[in-house]
Design a protein around this ligand. Structure first.
Ligand SMILES: Cc1cc2nc3c(=O)[nH]c(=O)nc-3n(C[C@H](O)[C@H](O)[C@H](O)COP(=O)(O)OP(=O)(O)OC[C@H]3O[C@@H](n4cnc5c(N)ncnc54)[C@H](O)[C@@H]3O)c2cc1C
Length: 435
């Protein structure tokens, strides 16, 4: 049956569910449409859900630090009833090993500016605080097939530690929590229905058509289709004025037993961000260690034209690469004979920064290009999109006078021009998932 709404959100991933919750909380009648069978079943389901603050820009650090306050007050933020099963943030801390792509001087500057608590660790302190770690410097990262990979360390690494970072234990459940919260505010969700057309009239969006022919009319449509968002932009005929490009990139995250002593005294070990070897590791309940990659320059990038053909299973070759690097950092880590892990797809922009913006089609907005680093920022992404939509729909010219978002917890002001589709791509970012 055809329907009307104030806003249609395309995609019920962590970004779309958060946008839906924020809009519905602001009193808008929201319909969310997803072609999958439930909230968070798209690329969000593969997320490592690391909550860390070491982005390369003020805006990146500010949003991550603001979002952290939502994760620690998750039940309150959602207004969830007592007894509701919620995802949880584990404050395991994040250890950022020294590497030229994130010089300590820059981390100090940004953490100081935003007010992120941190400690600086010498190699001795690093050994003491992260049992079993090899503090050797192997920079730059190399393929494991290169003899140079096995060369002795040429120096020792220290680290910057942010005790308030960590990870969310279940990204799909967190997304479902946001969708449930949106539902409590009146948002409606339609699953197993791809949007097949974006309707327009009088030079603005007027709604969407679903695969079964149902039309939902709305003056505002928000594209939150993650790795499929370029296809949705094509349906809307937008993108001609984008200065940043957007492509889908395949990724794998592998699972191994945590090395002895990594989790101790009943606490999960920290996230270790290791750009020196090109990996990150994150503990998980059950003494498991997740091993992911940080797109070192020496690794080929697996760009995919169609996210549906990206190959959903981990490969033996990437498993061997990432887990061997992890075993270099943690020499007691045992490389299991049987590869375990998952594959996912990032929706990457040319400066690894999302596009949170309006488009050249009035009423058609995008929250896309999350570049493998926006799970953590989803709570804030929903709110800043609502601020932007409210302003633009009230007549504000965001393209010439960018809207500022005031972070409710920290009070920081973030200029949303930074996330504009028409920005000059940032030269401060690292050309990697680090942002
Ligand atoms: C392997 C991996 C590890 C990651 N690790 C981290 C991390 O540690 N920390 C971090 O902060 N971020 C991380 N990320 C990034 C983070 O998970 C993503 O930025 C985020 O999940 C993207 O959410 P989304 O809602 O934009 O996309 P998705 O979750 O993909 O949602 C998009 C939705 O749109 C739907 N859709 C698509 N086309 C249509 C259509 N035509 N009609 C209707 N529905 C449609 C899809 O079905 C899908 O459900 C990681 C990502 C991956 C892949």
């Amino acid at each position: 049956m055809n329907a009307t709404a104030d806003c249609v959100v395309i995609g019920a991933g962590v970004i779309g569910s958060s946008v839906a919750y924020a809009l519905a909380r602001h009193g808008r009648r929201v319909v969310v449409v997803d072609r999958g069978s439930g909230a968070g079943h798209g690329s969000t389901s593969a997320s490592s859900a690391v909550i860390r603050f070491h982005y390369s820009t003020y805006e990146g650090v500010s949003l991550a630090w603001e979002s952290r306050h939502h994760w620690t007050a998750w039940r309150d933020y959602l207004g969830a009833p007592a007894g509701a099963r919620l995802a949880a943030m584990h404050r395991a801390g994040v250890v950022v090993l020294d590497a030229p792509i994130s010089p300590r001087s820059r981390l100090r500057e940004l953490f100081g500016q935003v007010g992120v608590p941190y400690e600086e660790w010498s190699p001795d302190e690093l050994r003491h605080r992260v049992p079993g770690i090899d503090t050797g410097r192997y920079w730059p990262p190399k393929p494991i097939t290169d003899d140079a990979f096995w060369a002795d360390a040429d120096d020792e690494l220290g680290a910057v530690f942010t005790p308030d970072g960590g990870f969310v234990d279940d990204p799909m459940l967190a997304t479902q929590n946001l969708a449930d919260a949106a539902g409590r505010c009146g948002a409606r969700f339609t699953f197993r229905q791809p949007v097949t057309a974006i309707r327009t009239g009088n030079d603005r969006v007027t709604g969407v058509t679903l695969a079964d022919g149902v039309q939902i009319s709305a003056p505002v449509v928000v594209n939150c289709a993650g790795p499929w968002s370029a296809q949705v932009n094509a349906l809307a005929g937008v993108g001609s004025d984008f200065t940043v490009t957007q492509r889908a990139l395949r990724q794998e995250v592998h699972h191994v037993d945590a090395p002895p002593g990594f989790n101790r005294d009943g606490s999960l070990g920290p996230v270790v961000s290791d750009a020196d070897l090109g990996i990150y590791v994150r503990s998980a309940p059950g003494d498991v260690l997740l091993v992911g990659g940080t797109e070192p320059e020496c690794d080929p990038r697996e760009w995919v034209d169609d996210p549906d053909r990206a190959g959903a299973h981990r490969t033996a070759a990437l498993f061997e690469t990432q887990v061997t690097r992890a075993a270099r950092r943690f020499p007691e880590l045992r490389v299991p004979p049987q590869p375990k892990g998952i594959a996912g797809v990032y929706d990457v922009t040319s400066d690894w920064t999302p596009v949170y913006d309006r488009t050249e089609l009035d009423g058609f907005y995008v929250a896309i290009g999350t570049s493998g680093n926006q799970f953590k920022n989803a709570p804030v992404a929903g709110q800043l999109m609502t601020t932007l939509i409210d302003a633009v729909e009230s007549g504000h010219d965001h393209d010439t006078d960018p809207v500022t978002y005031r972070c409710p917890y920290t009070g920081h002001q973030v200029g949303l021009g930074f996330f504009s589709r028409k920005r000059t791509p940032s030269r401060l970012t690292t050309d990697s998932v680090r942002g």
